[in-house]
Write a protein that binds this ligand. Structure first.
Ligand code: ZN
Length: 270
């Protein structure tokens, strides 16, 4: 496995969002040599869409994804996803990340929720295509099936892509897929065309919080070089986006330290 290309490093701004707003994150990326950034919509709204787009541009950053659309099992999903597509377009994002939503409130009908997700994506897809915004379905670890995403494996996400056609792909986040016995075959199946984003962090043992205890690359049990090998072997040549939700650790640290650690770990541990 050759060393990862440092120019492929991207920062998902959730990694530093407790201490930095979007403008600070953009400047931080530029300062630390990150060439990509993936902002969250609430931060874009706070800074202003136009301002965010112009700052990203003036710092010559690639927007490797906009977080996020989806939640197709919520009530107001249509308008929200329409706005998300517009924002992704304005930012020149490489994709709009879809966290598809879990069970509707009060429901135990998981197959029904999955159907709702399929229908929801199908409904917004024409607008996404028109705007030139690829939709990246992010399968989430099954522990989040009830409350965040009822699409839980790459296979499931790719089956959706097969049904939906052009303009839809997947975000491969190691945190969500590392355990999957079918990972290698499904990454191969996805191929260059459908892998729209690659998110990295690590799985800590023990995990103390189901959502916000992700590890820094190298601190956990995920074989990151191996998964990068699969993804690049499938033809993916895009960014490696660091996405670390870490309430108990990294969110409390100085973001400049976090970014320099990301850079070092990306080079040595991924
Ligand atoms: Zn992710």
């Amino acid at each position: 496995m050759s060393a990862p290309d440092p120019s492929k490093l991207s920062l998902n701004t959730a990694t530093v969002r407790e201490k930095w707003n979007l403008a600070q994150a953009i400047e931080g990326c530029a300062r630390h040599g990150f060439r990509g950034i993936s902002p969250w919509r609430d931060q874009v709204a706070e800074l202003g869409l136009k301002k965010a787009a112009s700052l990203v541009k003036s710092h010559e950053l690639t927007v490797t994804g906009l977080c996020r659309g989806g939640f197709f099992t919520d009530k107001d999903w249509r308008d929200d996803n329409r706005r998300a597509i517009e924002e992704a377009h304005a930012l020149g994002a490489q994709c709009l990340v879809l966290v598809v939503g879990g069970l509707p409130a009060g429901s135990k009908d998981l197959p029904g929720a999955r159907n709702q997700v399929k229908d929801g994506i199908a409904e917004i897809l024409p607008e996404a295509r028109k705007a030139g915004v690829p939709l990246a379905i992010e399968p989430l670890h099954p522990m989040q099936a009830a409350d965040r995403a009822c699409v839980n494996t790459l296979e499931q996400a790719l089956d959706l892509c097969d049904v939906l056609g052009e303009g839809v792909g997947v975000a491969v986040d190691v945190y969500h897929v590392w355990w999957d016995p079918k990972l290698e075959s499904q990454v191969g199946r996805a191929g260059r065309k459908r892998i729209l984003a690659y998110h990295i962090c690590d799985w800590l043992v023990p995990t103390r919080d189901l959502l916000n205890d992700r590890g820094m690359m190298g601190d956990g049990v995920i074989d990151l070089p191996k998964i990068r090998g699969m993804v690049e072997g499938a033809g993916y040549a895009g960014f490696h986006e660091v996405e670390i939700f870490s309430k108990l650790d990294w969110w409390q640290r100085d973001p400049d330290t976090v970014l320099s650690t990301c850079k070092d770990r990306h080079a040595r541990m991924t």
